[in-house]
Ligand binder design. Structure first.
Ligand code: SF4
Length: 413
């Protein structure tokens, strides 16, 4: 298949289908902003077939690749067929997988994506705006393919972050989520993540900032000081990957369980109500019963509130690929189930702590809301007169098996 040059055709319609992480979503927001500047009308209606369809792909796991391929195939089979443009991590990791899919008109390389999305103002579609401030990673975590696809660490310069941030505030967003592949590695001149946050917190207006995932060893004391600001959401995602020190060594992670536990306790000293979650990989090569037990035992000792659990899948081009996939699938599935049940129990216990308290939440469409400390709830009654994206204060109450919130302060612009 030959890639044909991308041509803008103002006045026509476009859609963007995105698979994967917040960073991909943030890049789709930038693309949306660019398409708007080119005069395209963005369509989301599943019944409407646009003239142009972008698929932003993911390759972090074998499943993410499968989902990306399925999405590309379904877009290519639309009738009438839109012009299909594929970009993101999959064409970088495995361009050969795209060769035999009829209907792809254009594939963007990483460089083509970068050159098109630079200096663009994002156009989010959600009630919370994602702001990409960093990309790339120079670590060597043995299981990770993404850092090989996205190159060396690169920070968006603070002045550019600031202008995008101001644009989002002026567009009416009140929660802004800072994202990056390795956000803690943000570094532009002498500006690190803590100083970038201080710069944004110095801006006027009603807003709050949420931080995407931060590697435990990059959560510095300077950052701990800055997160004390009440406008930094009481929600942190700190990847753990394993609660077994031997596995952390073989994964080439830069902390041990003792460091991790100390960090979580330090964060809770600064923000005692914080919701803290972690990624955990199960079934990594060498994870025997004893090491999995270490993970379970370690989790019992730390005040985490939820987990994202991933069954290990070997990824070509990673250091761990040569280790194969020795943990049997049923064993992995059982461990995934145990950890997800553990996570559900912790999440529910955490949510119960906040019944009858008041929290700030951002309104989402359909009467839903997300609190600063990552509790998802429904608003009762529905605040029809308050637009999605607005920050409000809610009194939390139980409603059947979930949480609900009553608006007690609709805030101001
Ligand atoms: S820190 Fe490790 S897991 Fe995260 S992107 Fe870098 S190499 Fe991958």
């Amino acid at each position: 298949m030959t890639a044909v040059p991308f041509a803008t055709e103002p006045g026509r319609t476009a859609c963007i289908a995105t698979v994967g992480c917040r960073l991909n979503q943030a890049e789709s927001d930038l693309l949306r902003g660019w398409l708007q500047t080119q005069g395209f009308r963005l369509v989301n209606d599943p019944g409407a077939i646009p003239d142009l369809c972008f698929v932003n792909t993911c390759a972090v796991t074998a499943n993410a690749e499968k989902s990306s391929l399925a999405l590309i195939r379904s877009v290519c089979s639309l009738n009438p067929k839109p012009r299909v443009i594929v970009f993101g991590c999959l064409p970088v990791r495995a361009p050969e997988l795209l060769k035999n899919i009829p209907g792809i008109d254009e594939i963007w390389t990483a460089e083509e994506k970068k050159s098109r999305l630079e200096d663009i103002l994002p156009a989010p579609v959600r009630s919370r705006a994602l702001l990409k401030v960093q990309d790339g990673c120079d670590r060597t975590c043995s299981f990770c393919v993404v850092r090989q696809l996205r190159g060396a660490p690169a920070a968006v310069p603070p002045e550019k972050v600031l202008s995008q941030f101001q644009h989002l505030l002026q567009s009416g967003y009140q929660e802004i989520v800072l994202t990056g592949l390795n956000l803690g590695r943000y570094e532009s001149g002498d500006c690190n993540l803590a100083r970038l946050l201080q710069l944004l917190l110095a801006q006027p207006g009603r807003f709050r900032l949420r931080l995407a995932s931060i590697e435990p060893d990059l959560f510095t004391d300077e950052l701990l000081t800055v997160i004390a600001d009440p406008r930094i959401c009481s929600h942190f995602h700190i990847p753990l990957q394993s609660g077994d020190d031997r596995l952390l060594v073989t994964m080439d992670r830069r902390y041990r369980t003792g460091d991790y536990a100390r960090l979580i306790n330090k964060i809770l000293q600064v923000k005692p109500d914080a919701c803290i979650g972690a990624d955990v990989i199960v079934g990594y090569p060498g994870e025997d019963e004893r090491s999995f037990r270490h993970t379970l035992d370690f989790l019992e000792t730390i005040p985490l509130h939820y987990l994202h659990v991933f069954p290990y899948s070997p990824r070509p081009q990673t250091p761990a690929y040569g280790l194969g996939d020795p943990v049997p699938k049923p064993v992995k599935q059982h461990r995934v189930q145990l950890l997800r049940q553990w996570s559900d129990r912790r999440r529910q216990a955490y949510a119960r702590r906040f019944i009858s308290t008041v929290r700030e939440a951002v309104l989402e469409p359909d009467g839903r809301a997300l609190t600063d400390n990552y509790l998802r709830l429904t608003c009762e009654p529905l605040p029809a007169e308050i637009p999605a994206g607005r920050l409000v204060r809610l009194m939390l109450k139980p409603a059947e098996d979930r949480l609900a919130g009553r608006v007690i302060d609709a805030g101001s612009g």
